[in-house]
Design a protein around this ligand. Structure first.
Ligand code: NAI
Length: 212
C-alpha cells in the first residue's frame, strides 16, 4: 500500500524525476526489464537505496525478475502527477520568461504554457512561439476564463511576492518560482523554487580543490 505522499522525504521526491528520466531513456532504447543491481549501477545509487525509495510507494519489482521498465515508468509517472495536463502562465516576459515559452519540451509531459504577462508596453501584444504576451492587468480576467494550475514567476525578485500574492488571489495553487526570493504563501499553495545558480555552485565545488 502506498504511503501518504506527505510522509515521503524530500530526498526521495528529488530522486523521482531522475528515475523517471532514466526509465524513459531505457524504454526508448527498447529495454523491457532491468535488475535492481543494473538500475542501481546506471543511476549511481545502491540497490538497497532504490528498494527503499520504491517502498515509499508500495514497492515495485519482483524478486528474481527485477523491474519491468515500462510498468515502473508508468507508476513513477503517476506518482509525479505527470499523467494529467497543466495549464501554465508565465509572469515576466523578459529573457527567462521568453526562453521558457520558447521551449516546447515541457508540453511532452503535459505542461502547456498558455500565456505570458508583463508590465512592459513594448512587450505586451507580442507573441513567443504563438503564445501571447498580455498586460499583467488582465491576468485576473484571463485566469477566470481559463483553467490555470501553475504560475511561473520570472519577474525581478523585488516583484516576486507581489506577483505570487496576485496569482494566489486568482486561485492558482502551484507556483514555479524563478525569482530569487523566498515566497510566503498559504498552506494549500505549493511553491517550487528554481535556482540554476545552485547547480553552478555545485559544479564549481566539484571542480575546486576542496572537494578532492
Ligand atoms: P528580465 O529583466 O529580462 O525580465 C523580467 C521581466 O519582468 C521584464 O520584462 C519586466 O517588464 C517584467 N516585470 C517586472 N515587474 C513585473 C510585474 N510586476 N508583473 C509582470 N511583469 C513584470 O529578467 P530575466 O533575465 O528574464 O530574469 C527574470 C527573473 O528570473 C529575475 O528575477 C532573475 O534574477 C531570475 N532568474 C532566475 C534564474 C534561476 O535559476 N532561478 C535564472 C535566470 C534568471
Amino acid at each position: 500500500m502506498a504511503r501518504d505522499k506527505s510522509t515521503v522525504s524530500e530526498a526521495v521526491i528529488r530522486r523521482l524525476p531522475k528515475y523517471y528520466r532514466y526509465l524513459i531513456e531505457m524504454e526508448k532504447n527498447g529495454l523491457e526489464r532491468i535488475s535492481s543491481k543494473e538500475l542501481s549501477q546506471r543511476m549511481g545509487l545502491t540497490a538497497s537505496q532504490i528498494r527503499q525509495d520504491f517502498n515509499c510507494f508500495g514497492g515495485f519489482g519482483q524478486q528474481g525478475y527485477g523491474y519491468n521498465i515500462s510498468e515502473l515508468r508508468h507508476e513513477i509517472q503517476k506518482i509525479l502527477g505527470l499523467t494529467g495536463k497543466y495549464n501554465v502562465i508565465v509572469i515576466g516576459a523578459g529573457n527567462l520568461g521568453q526562453a521558457l515559452a520558447n521551449y516546447s519540451g515541457f508540453e511532452k509531459e503535459g505542461f502547456h504554457i498558455r500565456a505570458l504577462f508583463d508590465i512592459n508596453p513594448r512587450l505586451i501584444g507580442m507573441a513567443i512561439r504563438g503564445i501571447d504576451i498580455m498586460d499583467i492587468d488582465t491576468i485576473e480576467e484571463y485566469v477566470k476564463e481559463h483553467s490555470v494550475q501553475i504560475g511561473a514567476i520570472c519577474t525581478p525578485k523585488e516583484k516576486g511576492q507581489e506577483v505570487a500574492d496576485r496569482l494566489i488571489r486568482c486561485g492558482i495553487k502551484g507556483i514555479w518560482n524563478f525569482a530569487a526570493t523566498d515566497l510566503t504563501v498559504p498552506n494549500d499553495v505549493i511553491v517550487e523554487n528554481v535556482h540554476l545558480s545552485d547547480s553552478l555552485y555545485t559544479l564549481s565545488f566539484r571542480m575546486s580543490d576542496a572537494s578532492r
